[in-house]
Design a protein around this ligand. Structure first.
Ligand code: SAH
Length: 353
């Protein structure tokens, strides 16, 4: 659902100004699923809107419910590309993890989405629609969405215009009204995107997936590191920190015997002190096995890693994933077998837009 497209239809139809408020209300407060439900609007306008700015651009293919309250939705775009979103419950707070792309081009070795390759980037309307799904699902539990993380499929900074367009839709005080600080964009370290965010006035949070404190290992895990090695990444984050004064969230996946040694924790601390003194927070992420051959760190190794961060006074949070029983946890999003993605990509090749 692209609210901006709906507002454009209003202008084309010469509708009075107050209709804009009714449209924002219907979409981002009442969470309608078809324009016909917007009873404040005249029938002709509803028809025009349904034709030119449909509420549902995505098809909801399947929903899966986890024991811990997590819900995963699998969508497909009108041209057949799969995308997934995950609603998570932390006590009475709900957060949603959204996809910015169908698949991903970056091919991090530990990540299930990477095995799909990139189908295509999602539009801001397709991203916003995932949020509306989550808001509806939360409403059924008398809850509201408090946080949005762009940590589903895709590299958000390779689709920055749409991701920022989505953030504006979510942030609009007359619309969904989610505070910019409640939105986190997570990147594998796509430098041009981080640079663009430095100039962005919206106060969205930035999370960077580091996962290794040296270039040899990081390149092995995250091929994007070849193009933008750690020194360049940290240099850009320094600039980000200086110019925006915002904190940088650093994600560090704990992979057994790969990046969880005590020396590696120390090197991580060194990097953070050198480049982001006083401006970092580490999220240690529990690895969800994806068939990559990599494993989650053994609990005693996690403890030892944490002890180093404690000693070095690095602020961190240890995150355990939710929804692993339905393949909804971090990095597990990938349509099984990826056959749907491959079919859609073939079709797109045959029929260029
Ligand atoms: N491309 C972006 C956002 C999507 S991935 C990024 O790289 O940040 C969101 C987070 O999930 C990243 O930190 C990613 O490294 C992590 N992740 C990927 N696969 C995972 C897995 N199997 N288990 C736990 N976290 C994973």
């Amino acid at each position: 659902m692209d609210l901006d497209a709906a507002l454009a239809v209003l202008a084309e139809e010469g509708a009075p100004n107050y209709r804009a408020d009714q449209i924002r209300q219907a979409i981002s407060r009442d969470f309608i699923t078809a324009w016909d439900e917007a009873s404040t609007l005249p029938k002709a306008l509803r028809t025009a809107l349904e034709e030119r700015a449909p509420v549902r651009e995505l098809v909801l293919e399947e929903q899966q419910y986890s024991q811990d309250g997590t819900v995963k939705a699998r969508f497909s775009t009108h041209d057949g590309f799969p995308a997934e979103a995950v609603l998570m419950r932390h006590g009475d707070r709900h957060a949603v993890c959204l996809s910015s792309q169908s698949g991903c081009a970056l091919k991090c070795t530990f990540c299930a989405t990477g095995t799909m390759g990139l189908g295509r980037s999602l539009t801001k309307g397709e991203i916003y629609e995932q949020l509306l799904w989550a808001a509806r699902t939360a409403r059924d539990r008398n809850a509201r969405i408090r946080n949005v993380v762009m940590m589903g499929m895709g590299e958000p900074l390779q689709n920055l215009d749409n991701v920022l367009g989505f953030c504006r839709l979510a942030n609009d005080p007359d619309g969904f009204g989610l505070g910019a600080r409640s939105i986190a964009i997570s990147t594998a370290g796509w430098l041009p995107g981080i640079e663009a965010l430095i100039a962005e006035p919206m106060q969205v949070k930035l999370a960077v997936s580091l996962h290794a404190p040296d270039d040899v290992l990081r390149t092995e895990l995250m091929p994007v590191n070849k193009r933008y090695p750690i020194a360049e990444l940290m240099g850009m984050l320094e600039r980000y920190r200086e110019e925006t004064r915002r904190r940088v969230y650093v994600e560090y996946l704990l992979l057994d015997q790969v990046n969880d040694r005590v020396e590696q924790a120390d090197r991580l601390a060194d990097l953070l002190y050198k480049h982001l003194p006083g401006g970092h927070h580490v999220n240690l992420i529990w690895y969800n096995p994806t068939g990559s051959g990599l494993n989650a760190s053994a609990p005693e190794r996690v403890e030892r890693f944490q002890a180093v961060l404690d000693k070095r006074r690095i602020p961190y949070t240890l995150r355990r994933s939710k929804g692993s029983d339905i393949d909804a946890a971090c990095g597990q999003l990938a349509v099984k077998g990826a056959a749907a993605a491959a079919r859609a990509a073939k079709r797109a090749e045959r029929e260029p837009a």
